[in-house]
Ligand binder design. Sequence first.
Ligand code: NAG
Ligand code: NAG
Ligand code: NAG
Ligand code: NAG
Ligand code: NAG
Ligand code: NAG
Ligand code: NAG
Length: 407
Amino acid sequence: MMPILFFPFLLLSAIFAQQRQSHVKPGSFLTPTTNSSWPSPSGLYAFGFYKQGNDYAVGIFLAGLPQKTVVWTANRDIPPVPSDSKLNFTSDGRLVLQSAQGAETSLASFPEDASSLSMLDTGNFVLLNSANQMVWQSFDFPTDTFLPTQKLFHGQVLYSSISETNKSTGLFRVLMQEDGWLAMYPVGTPYTLEYGYWGGGISGQRNDVVLHLEVNGHLYLINGAGTIIVNMTDGYPAKDVVYRLTIDPDGILRLYSHDMNRNQNWTVKWFAPNDDACKPKGLCGLNAYCLLVDLQVGCKCLPQFEPVNKDDRSSGCQRNFTMESCKSDRYAMKAVLNTVWENNSYSVITSTTQENCGEACLRECNCEAALFKDGVCTKQKLPLRFGRRDQKDSTVTLIKVGTSTKR
Ligand SMILES: *[C@@H]1O[C@H](CO)[C@@H](O)[C@H](O)[C@H]1NC(C)=O
Ligand SMILES: *[C@@H]1O[C@H](CO)[C@@H](O)[C@H](O)[C@H]1NC(C)=O
Ligand SMILES: *[C@@H]1O[C@H](CO)[C@@H](O)[C@H](O)[C@H]1NC(C)=O
Ligand SMILES: *[C@@H]1O[C@H](CO)[C@@H](O)[C@H](O)[C@H]1NC(C)=O
Ligand SMILES: *[C@@H]1O[C@H](CO)[C@@H](O)[C@H](O)[C@H]1NC(C)=O
Ligand SMILES: *[C@@H]1O[C@H](CO)[C@@H](O)[C@H](O)[C@H]1NC(C)=O
Ligand SMILES: *[C@@H]1O[C@H](CO)[C@@H](O)[C@H](O)[C@H]1NC(C)=O
């Protein structure tokens, strides 16, 4: 059953559809430098080329703002294209990117030919068939941003970007789960509790929970019976204000607002996780742990490790010496306090002491580190992942270091 809540929007969108759509017909095209985008009727959003480095990417951006804010990117993981490329809405109803040499990349695949396309004022870019039915919409393929009136159904994911300027897939994702929770994970891990770093929801729900964002910034989870199960925000003034929800490169999910009457930056209205900016797992890369320095995220290498790339904290750390042989007299164990990691243990010793834990690792060639907590020693191989300082956690990280390294 359709919840009451949906009707105002349906009505509105019907009005939009009748009066405000500006349809683009087959045979139209865009180039990066002239006629580079198709605007929405009000000019708030536009679909087309935007600059990425020296080249151009195709996407949807807020055109009505001083700094173009990109909210969607086509084929985000293929390299941007040079200025002699074309975006061609072909006369047979395909939407393709064409290089000067004639190579084609499809921007959207849909079951039938499109007979018009339209950039809507909601930020949704749609392709329609000859009966004016939608055959494709960008809202079904979100990248890092979720807009008012968009919906996130179970199984749908937003992926963070690499950086503000590089919209390729980054390190983090937020998933609308089958169990009705909205949850965040690093990329490349299973969707299990161990790897999650934030969740919003209540238990006992089914796979019909949907994430909604209203035009006034009201962000909530609603189930199939039409009951709001979690309000993440209560909504804000909506007049001349635009909202967006973005999973940022640092793994934090933020609801932003922008007042169209003020020439200012986006303002953060809500964010998650909100207790520790080090929560997003993997911010610091391998063999490094995240810690807050004056509330800012900082990264620290394990002892006798150094950054792989000083300009990219997510590249992690590597040993600054080579393990030459296995003789234990060349090594010692160094302790790092209050740090948590992924538990990737190959051997566990229970009812032991920190000292014995270190000794056990030192004696064993394959042991490169050990985690000790509450009398339990878990031996680990490198690399260690997802490290974070947690003053409330008593885990001691014991790391094998050289005692006779060359100076
Ligand atoms: C832009 O496109 C419109 C219609 O598609 C066309 O009339 C106009 O000449 C184009 N402008 C440039 C600079 O190519
Ligand atoms: C668009 O693509 C069609 C089919 O590949 C081609 O015939 C046409 O010339 C292209 N349009 C432009 C402006 O390049
Ligand atoms: C974006 O980052 C990816 C991965 O680091 C890189 O391969 C790509 O070249 C970058 N793109 C741009 C435009 O800098
Ligand atoms: C969520 O907010 C709406 C109105 O903003 C309110 O009617 C509803 O009771 C709230 N639900 C929960 C679960 O807090
Ligand atoms: C907007 O943010 C950028 C970068 O964070 C900053 O350089 C700029 O001064 C800000 N502009 C305003 C109007 O606050
Ligand atoms: C390795 O780094 C440590 C600091 O963590 C330093 O004391 C040691 O001298 C370095 N060793 C080499 C070989 O660079
Ligand atoms: C770590 O993993 C080992 C082996 O799977 C397990 O026995 C141990 O209980 C785990 N430790 C923690 C703290 O989860």
